[in-house]
Design a protein around this ligand. Structure first.
Ligand code: ZN
Length: 404
């Protein structure tokens, strides 16, 4: 008892010494539902940069009532989710940074558009139009920009088709370093997981909010292996936008490896210049991909700077938004040899790919550099041409720079 008390006293003293700690107290204005959701909050590591959170409204609109409290609650709960998943995957309790106001609420930047809300609709190219105006806002207020990743939240359109019971009509996707989500009157954490229409809408739009933010933080689509999905549910960057908050939803280790080198996740003191011109493209040698004992064995020697190697297996077509099925792995990297090169290896048991039904396969190897740049290297093959002992020819083309 005494020991616990003195530990608590020590923690309280530490908290007072560092008022800008990553996990300040829950704001006074937070709802009971949010307090309950944040009751098991973990202390997150402090960030060097932060996500810009912009609430963008058309000139004929006001923000949806109580948006600061509702969006702050949703962002802090999501920050905890990402932090806990990063810790579970071995990267420490780290999440995207958020700027907090003195009262603990998230500093959400309200940007008012020059034109009516409809002009910024999904079908009007509202993403580009709003981003251009947000850019102007940051040029006029450079002190409000805390990193290169920006999350834009717009209220639903209100017309014959869209309203608070059927929100929509505004941009809703990840877009380079930006992503879009929407707001509506019942977008409130108290409905999360509720078996009601508002509960269903909440999973749809909050799951989407969590998933699109993942894209805006550099994440591609992916899913886990058969056994990971059985144990942990649905990958957030797979179909997790439809399960988040209502059934178990997780981040793959491959997603965490990418976030490890995403600018908003950088630890306090990490002064890396993210996403600049890559200094050294990685190259591979002595590469082999062999099918043996019901598993694919990938092995190669890696030359050049690289923090993580992810491997994705998927069915065709191999294009964006048809890649939800990409089963993600992180490869093992041995300690550097004398010349700095490292041996990289990965074993993929075939039963773990049972969700992939087609004969054609692509194996995509992603090289994640310290400054967040990534390179990829793809090889395609057919299962029907593979049997015990087959050595699958790897594409001779070396890793090429991949965009986001
Ligand atoms: Zn997506």
């Amino acid at each position: 008892m005494t020991r616990n008390t003195s530990l608590l006293t020590a923690l309280a003293a530490a908290a007072m010494m560092f008022p800008a700690a990553a996990t300040p107290a829950i704001p006074e204005s937070f709802s009971e539902a949010a307090r309950a959701r944040l009751a098991d909050a973990v202390e997150l590591e402090a960030n060097e940069n932060a996500l810009n959170v912009v609430y963008f409204v058309g000139s004929d609109r006001e923000p949806v009532a109580d948006y600061e409290r509702r969006i702050s609650e949703l962002l802090l709960y999501l920050q905890q989710y990402y932090g806990k998943e990063m810790a579970r995957n071995g990267f420490g309790p780290r999440a995207f940074g958020l700027i907090r106001k003195p009262d603990g609420m998230v500093d959400i930047l309200l940007v008012r558009g020059k034109e009516p809300g409809e002009v910024y609709g999904y079908s009007n190219g509202g993403a580009n139009k709003s981003l251009a105006e947000i850019d102007e806002f940051f040029k006029a207020h450079p002190e409000k920009k805390h990193g290169v990743h920006t999350f834009v939240i717009m209220p639903t359109l209100y017309n014959d088709e869209y309203h608070d019971e059927a929100p929509g009509g505004v941009p809703f996707y990840g877009y380079g370093k930006c992503c879009f989500a929407l707001d509506y009157a019942h977008f409130d954490i108290r409905y999360l997981g509720e078996k009601s229409l508002r509960g269903k809408l909440m999973t749809k739009w909050y799951g989407g909010f969590a998933h699109e933010l993942g894209h805006g933080l550099n994440l591609p689509h992916n899913t886990g292996t058969v056994s990971q999905n059985a144990a942990m549910g649905t990958a957030l960057m797979g179909a997790g936008n439809m399960t988040f908050g209502s059934s178990p939803t997780y981040l793959t280790k491959a997603s965490s490896a990418i976030l490890d080198r995403s600018q908003t996740f950088a630890r306090k003191g990490d002064k890396t210049e993210f996403y600049g011109e890559p200094q050294h493209a990685p190259t591979v040698s002595e590469a082999s991909l062999v099918y043996k004992d019901n598993a694919l064995h990938l092995k190669f020697r890696l030359h050049g700077q690289c923090d993580h190697v992810n491997v994705y297996m998927q069915d065709p077509p191999y294009v964006v938004n048809r890649d939800y099925d990409a089963v993600a792995f992180t490869a093992d990297m041995a300690a550097p040899a004398e010349d700095g090169s490292r041996e990289v290896s990965l074993t993929i048991p075939r039963p773990e790919l049972d969700g992939l039904k087609m004969d054609d396969k692509q194996i995509g190897v992603y090289f994640l550099q310290h400054d967040g740049n990534r390179f990829r290297w793809n090889t395609e093959f057919k299962w029907s041409e593979v049997s015990e002992g087959t050595s699958i020819p790897l594409n001779p083309e070396q890793p090429f720079k991949a965009g986001y």
